[in-house]
Design a protein around this ligand. Sequence first.
Ligand code: FES
Length: 91
Amino acid sequence: MVIQVCIGSACHLKGSYEVIKTMQRVIEEEDLGTLITLKSSFCLGQCSDAVSVKVDEAPVESVTPEEAEAFLKLNLKSNSKSAANTSHGLE
Ligand code: FES
């Protein structure tokens, strides 16, 4: 699973750095480094719904650090071995 977090101006102002830090922490704590590739991205074209994230190619809008953590942990619980293939309910 590839997760891209927008670090463009609008998303930066709405807290994209906190979303990234939270995801990095959970990935490290839960040892998800082999399942999840976390990347920053330039503007994803959803500025009015910052913080914008893409999970694989699926856009997710208005992401908070709390939602990001819940999403990662939900994927862990549901199927840690195939987290790369789960659906994206990051809301
Ligand atoms: S700045 Fe993040 S979607 Fe445009």
